[in-house]
Design a protein around this ligand. Sequence first.
Ligand code: PEP
Ligand code: MG
Length: 747
Amino acid sequence: MPERIETESRKLLGRLRDAMASNVAGQARLDKITHLIADSMGTEVCSVYLFRDEDTLELCATQGLDAASVHQTRMRLGEGLVGRVARTGKVMNTPNAPAEKGFRYMPETGEERYSSFLGVPIQRLGEKLGVLVVQSRDAREYTADELYALEVVAMVIAEMTELGAFVGEGAALSARHQQPVLFRGTTAQEGAAEGHVWLHEPRVVVTNPIADDPHRELERLHEAVEELRVGVDRMLDISRSGDTEQLQVLEAYRMFANSKGWMRRMEEDISRGLSAEAAVEKEQSLARARIGQVSDSYLRERLSDLDDLSNRLLRILTGQGSETGAEMPDDPILIARNIGPAELLEYGRKLRGVVLEDGSVGSHAAIVARALAIPLVVHAGRIATEALNGDHIMVDGDQATVHLRPDDSVVTAFRDKIAMQAQAQERYASIRERPAVTLCGSRIEMNMNAGLMADLPSLVGSGAEGVGLFRTELQFLIRNQMPKRTELAELYSRVLDSAHGKEVVFRTLDIGSDKVLPYMKPNDEPNPALGWRAIRVGLDKPGVMRMQLQALIRAANGRSLTIMFPFVAQFEEYRAACVELEKTIAREKRLGHVLPETLKVGAMLETPSLVFAPEKFFQDVEFLSIGGNDLKQFFFAADRENERVRRRYDTLNVSFLSLIEMIVERCARTDTPLSFCGEDAGRPIEALCLAAIGLRSLSMRPASIGPVKSLLLRSDLVQVRRVIDEARDRGDQSVRPAVMEYLRDQA
Ligand code: PEP
Ligand code: MG
């Protein structure tokens, strides 16, 4: 009898709405709700259990159980039937509760008298808030329609909880979004920042979960879905010529927007008394819950497409655009579930920090955050649900912790840390213009690594003498389609402009392995790090490399240009790349473009084989730069991306230092300028040892220049070299302990 049940559930929702509208608040309101549910459903008991903290549920209101047990009875997640519903997020419907596994008798509630049990989770957009339970003496199994009605009511309670409907005089629960919360995530960029929350996508708030005119609500839903469909079709038209990934997402949007099942379920919800918004949100909640359960990445992506689409629909229905009228604070810390690199770049240097629920250390957003030199913490629990615009927040990128609405003791400790960092920064600023000359008189060139326009301001701020490594692939990685030659030329030209004559070493495209372009067909390779990557792709399919070389020559427009080829494993590859370059130069000349005033061409040394290349290679190449990240992974056969092994071997291992020393000696014999541009160049102790074994040029993250220079200025390389040699002679595995001890003695 769906018609009757429909009116029953509508009647129940109607009464619920009246309860919400009445001017009782807090506990009285929740009591009223349990009373009317029990009454409408003809059950003896209706109880609401809400989470006190992550693990504890508390009986917050009841009709039928002993009133004295309200706010006294608590259970842990998973404990008893209520705890089980809370843990699993699944409905439990049984005529004989005491016979169920895990049943826990709670004498204080007088519960033993009740046989049947129907428990539904109270959750909102995947966030567990509590459990709604009805119980009866007789051993009845609740019908599907009764279950449906209770689920809808649970959803409305969740919505009301979010809106703070049970807070106020005689509060039934403490106000949400007001307690301090600590999130632990993963560091994607170090640094500490204090500020106020700025939500990338503010939540849509549904203030009217219940409606009494289903016809009007259906009309509203249909109109909104139509607007949504038109919008998606328009986006599809615009991006037909665009990249395939974006098209794929839009096609999925269209599929959902036209999905009959989706529409039917929402229509049904409306006919049972929900407003159009609440019906959309109910579907969205289901999709979110499923995202957490499926492991198939394709399915997960499609479910998040549905989530995005639901957000769009909610914005149409509520009229709440991303413009909520909120003003961005002066010290914004961006909170998002995830964010694309282009969107992050748009916020730019305004941001103090970024915290993401998803994201990854190697993501493009992380690359941008590094360029902006702001702390980034990823995998930070459910922060986008918990944080509100304007909340006080402290991000510790070093410890990968985020303090939301921190209490005073945390604030004090955190500010001390920031102050100490600021003091160190002041020290570094005072030596910014000083050349890095060690106590023994060696001059070390300090360059910075870059890859985005956003990096360039650091050239002045860090005191770098030039850009020792410009990773050109980042421009390719942050886009959804292959950049055009003119775009690249324009960008490289701006890079050279901002460098004001300081040298910029442009490394040609280094893709493959961990750097996969979203718009290129992925190669299924068993060992991508040892696969078809960097110069290998450039030589086998020279179209992109030629286009990039042309863009570089045009960008230089008569200025000096430095080009470096990545991942060269044998002399021949370097020679072949130079031939491509010569051909490109000849073509550019024919086309009438101005050629660079001077052109320097070099290679990265990142494979052990190149250390043993013929002498002629060292003579021909105009400079070499050691890519320590790759060189080390190949030397030790330990994947730099694999957490299990990547820290297993120390850079200061004597074997690796001997390899570097060999490169230094070979370059010295042929007078080949040599630098080191892997991450280790930016670690003070490592940098000191590299300098001690003969490196005279280092290139690192801009933020590392201060700390590295500061140590070099107070060091005597001759003495450090002696410490290294003694450790080697002794047979130490790594020179680190000896160097550390020496530095401690010096301090
Ligand atoms: C390296 O391998 O050390 C290097 C600098 O290049 P990338 O980290 O971009 O591979
Ligand atoms: Mg490399």
